[in-house]
Design a protein around this ligand. Structure first.
Ligand code: SF4
Ligand code: SF4
Length: 152
């Protein structure tokens, strides 16, 4: 079953990438599948609607549950990161305040690789942030704020 759900999630990601104007080949490269598979997906072939429905339900879970489900479904962290990044329906701004002591716990906690340490201070890339809040919950100084941004 996870394989079918993985295909459903890749289908949703392919549709989103198509909406941004990417070609079938570019989508295939981005999702690490062959071009003919993407063409089948986008023509509605080789996929059960049940898999797509389950994938849609997963995408609509809370940001943390979506991330955890994606990590459980895909073997490679890079794949789950990519799917979450493309399919997430909510956007967030990650703010790190000056009270940060540079312990690095948030860097390890962030599966999306949205946080880096530079000069003993954490810096977040909001584009990569999926809003899971794992970083802020583990921060010993309460220096991280994750704010949801209204979609246009
Ligand atoms: S966990 Fe908190 S204190 Fe530690 S590096 Fe991250 S923001 Fe700074
Ligand atoms: S909420 Fe924190 S841990 Fe989660 S993706 Fe955003 S920066 Fe990373």
């Amino acid at each position: 079953m996870p394989k079918h759900i993985a295909s459903g999630l890749k289908y949703l990601a392919a549709v989103k990438l198509k909406e941004t104007g990417k070609s079938h080949q570019e989508i295939a490269d981005e999702l690490n599948v062959d071009r003919s598979t993407i063409s089948h997906y986008l023509n509605g072939r080789n996929l059960s609607w049940n898999s797509i429905d389950v994938a849609r339900t997963i995408v609509e879970l809370s940001p943390r549950d979506f991330l955890k489900m994606a990590e459980a479904i895909f073997d490679e962290p890079e794949q789950s990161r990519k799917i979450v990044s493309i399919c997430k329906e909510r956007n967030f701004k990650a703010i790190i305040e000056d009270s940060c002591i540079g312990c690095g716990l948030c860097v390890s906690a962030c599966s999306m690789k949205a946080i880096k340490l530079e000069s003993l201070q954490a810096h977040a890339d909001s584009i990569q942030c999926c809003g899971c809040q794992l970083c802020s919950e583990g921060c010993p100084t309460g220096s991280i704020k994750i704010l949801e941004i209204e979609n246009d």
